[in-house]
Design a protein around this ligand. Sequence first.
Ligand code: MV4
Length: 447
Amino acid sequence: MIKKLLIANRSEIALRIIRACKELDILTVAVYSEADKNALHVRFADEAICIGPPPSSKSYLHIPSIISAAMITNADAIHPGYGFLAENSEFVDICNAVGITFVGPSADSISRMGNKSVAKETMRLAGVPVVPGSIGIVPTIEEAIKVANETGYPIMLKAVAGGGGKGMRLVNDENELKRFYPITRSEAESFFGNPDLYIEKLVQASRHIEIQIFGDKFGNVIHLNERECSTQRRHQKLIEEAPSPIVTEELRKKMGDAAVAGAKSVNYYGPGTIEFLVDNDLNFFFMEMNTRIQVEHPVTEESLSVDLIKEQIRVASGEKLTLKNKKPLFHAIECRINAEDPYNDFRPSPGTITSLHFPGGHGVRVDSHIYQGYTIPPYYDSLIAKLITFAPTRDEAIKKMKRALEEFIIEGVKTTIPFHTKMMDNPDFKAGNIDTKYLERVDWKNL
Ligand code: MV4
């Protein structure tokens, strides 16, 4: 078993991992940038090491500093959390080379899912439904025109090194393709260092539904049902829930079996997520695989009453999976509370929290690193709290969320709380009628 774990991350996820370690009797090492010297993860960990100046590139992303911090403190494992180094296969190779356990999947699983075209082909060969389009990349404009004609317009032109909405373009006809192909290619080259593109048919009016999978190092893989993540804005998720209001037991089994087959085909271990686009006829298509624990993992935890982080650490230590698939016990909803001004295009609003009160009570969970007097630095993600409620039914979970949002007091910075309060009263949200374009069509203030 792991004895001492270094957490190569900050904010609420660093706290989440420290809490799991305490319950597993594992010692913890926090790392922090100069901007985070007053952060809670520094205070809650057994040891803390400063790894550099505020910019992530010089601290939380700086591999030599993080490896050195692990060596100096004799940590035998590193948990990357999400973001930063969580899906960096070179970092995994370096951990392996110096004898540190990386709490996550193999470098091979990460790199195969990191190339979106390789990922798609891998899933297709494993029997997972994929969106029709090119098989592999389209290396020339001539090839792109040929594939687009066979696929039928409108199409999506996507960078193999993209993902999460970056490096993709909607193309309506051949003229647009001729115009956009070279632009998208050179953008992909300059953003990701890889110009390769592939083509997919456009899937319309769709939902983003993802399956949580979990594997161990003995080849066992299970799924832990779905999360509905369609309430997004500019590819930023705002609300997630489990189960999805549109997923039937039959669809859950189909998507779950497909996700497990896909994960097995890359010898996946640890927690991972297979993202699907689901159309109005409940056809589902593989989009991407996230080879990490995700921000929204608590909705799965509260829906099933399990601890995914403790299981992740156990599996990384070489233990067998203890979790099993089961039907949802509760309906769980997560609202992402960001230090952003929802009345001003969700512009980041860093600053000092002058007054703070967390909601509580039955069926309420708050994962957060903020405290009264804490100054939110401007250098990192604006997520400051995740508010999760859970109840036997979706209606009750929404009611509870509304009540908890009303109890939540954060003064000194603007937050997304007013947006969430509005959504909990929105008839479309209450009816489960949300797709990924919903917040593009309407202004949330008029809901
Ligand atoms: C698509 C699509 C429609 N058709 N692919 C956006 C993020 C990346 N994971 C893939 N994305 C999309 N791919 C085809 N063939 C629409 C999206 C998309 C989207 C997907 C999930 C959640 C929100 C979205 C918002 C806009 C576009």
